[in-house]
Write a protein that binds this ligand. Structure first.
Ligand code: PHE
Length: 362
């Protein structure tokens, strides 16, 4: 091999090594220009051929052409490879798996108390009860007097009432309502019978243990017409409780009781199992009180401007938080209001699944 073809071999080795190392379009193109462009090294060598002897030109020219073709071919192949790899990378990174479920935005959870209120509104709504409202801060009249609590009577003390400091012109202090029963009074004062209503909301008593918190929630029910009886009351409550727990063998215990605003009165306990730190409904030997009820006292009707000779009816009040504990198995009521996001994550409900009677209330 003469000196000049030997030079070509060195040039080829150098160019091929650099081509091998070039990993992107830009450096490949730079190499192409450097070797094969008008000012490139191969083109310069081509121009030199004219100065050579015919023999030299034949061998050297042929070798030069082989090198030129090889370089062109290698650059084309490498460019194609790089373009393909780039396309693959793009396809991979932009791939959409259409079989995946849609990503839900994180909205937090619905508190069990809100969930249960929604369930109860559905159940009683189906039974023809309209929804009423009343304020958390009540007059002494609505919370006690109109409900047949005699003035200064110790029965008022049994409610562990929170009194506001301010006194009105009669020297009376407002109260944080101790039950939702004042909404009975408000409804009877503004609406003529027939009345068939429920009301849900916050109630307050100075009390705190595993099944009592100073703020809790009640649902109140009131039916006033000319014919409703204690039997109607029982059947409505039994149907509602069964619909709520979605179990047919819920055990209910009606115990005779006393409330100033109903006569006769009963307290109702639901059968449950409290062993093992969890509350289970439908089994067990334990009872949890969930509601008070009775026939509306004639004195309450009178206080609300209704004639007890003409009208009669029943009322009930239930603890919403306790209903939630029983159905969803939370053992301690105080956790409901601790605002612990871990608890909410565990016991909360999806904002996407609103309860309805058709799809199940739970
Ligand atoms: N208001 C009563 C309570 O909170 C419950 C109740 C309501 C009882 C309606 C009878 C009728 O204890």
């Amino acid at each position: 091999m003469d000196a000049t073809t030997n030079d070509l071999t060195v040039l080829e080795r150098d160019l091929m090594a650099r081509l091998d190392a070039a990993n992107d379009e830009a450096s490949l193109e730079a190499l192409r220009v450097e070797a094969l462009g008008k000012q490139g090294s191969i083109s310069a060598l081509m121009r030199n051929l004219g100065t050579m002897s015919p023999d030299e030109r034949k061998t050297y020219g042929a070798a030069l052409n082989v090198l030129k073709d090889k370089l062109t071919e290698t650059i084309l192949t490498k460019k194609a490879g790089i373009a393909e790899a780039e396309l693959d990378r793009q396809l991979q990174s932009e791939a959409v798996d259409v079989t995946l479920p849609p990503v839900k935005p994180r909205l937090g959870t619905i508190h069990p108390v809100s969930q249960v209120m929604e369930e109860l509104a559905q159940i009683f709504g189906e039974m023809g009860f309209a929804l009423e409202e009343g304020p958390d801060i009540e007059t002494d009249f609505n919370n006690f007097t109109a409900l047949n609590f005699p003035p200064k009577h110790p029965a008022r003390e049994t409610h562990d009432t929170f009194f506001m400091n301010a006194r009105d012109e009669k020297g009376e202090r407002k109260v944080l309502r101790t039950h939702t029963s004042p909404v009975q009074v408000r409804t009877m004062l503004k609406q003529k019978p027939p009345i068939r209503m429920i009301c849900m909301g916050r109630t307050f008593r100075k009390d705190s243990d595993a099944t009592h918190t100073p703020m809790f929630h009640q649902i109140e029910g009131l039916v006033i017409d000319e014919t409703s009886t204690m039997a109607d009351l029982k059947s409505v409550l039994i149907a509602a409780i069964k619909a709520y727990f979605e179990v047919d063998d819920v055990r209910l215990r009606f115990r005779p009781h006393h409330f100033p605003f109903t006569e006769p009165s009963a307290e109702v306990d639901v059968g449950c199992d409290r062993s093992g730190g969890q509350i289970k409904i439908g089994t067990g030997e334990d009872w949890l009180e969930i509601l008070g009820c009775g026939m509306v006292h004639p004195n309450v009707l009178k206080q609300c401007g209704l004639d007890p000779e003409k009208y009669q009816g029943y009322a009930f009040g239930m603890g919403i938080d306790r209903l939630a504990m029983l159905k969803y198995g939370m053992p301690d009521l105080r956790d409901f209001f601790a605002a612990d996001t871990r608890w909410l994550k565990h016991y909360g409900f999806s904002p996407y699944l609103l309860p309805g009677l058709a799809q199940g209330v739970g």
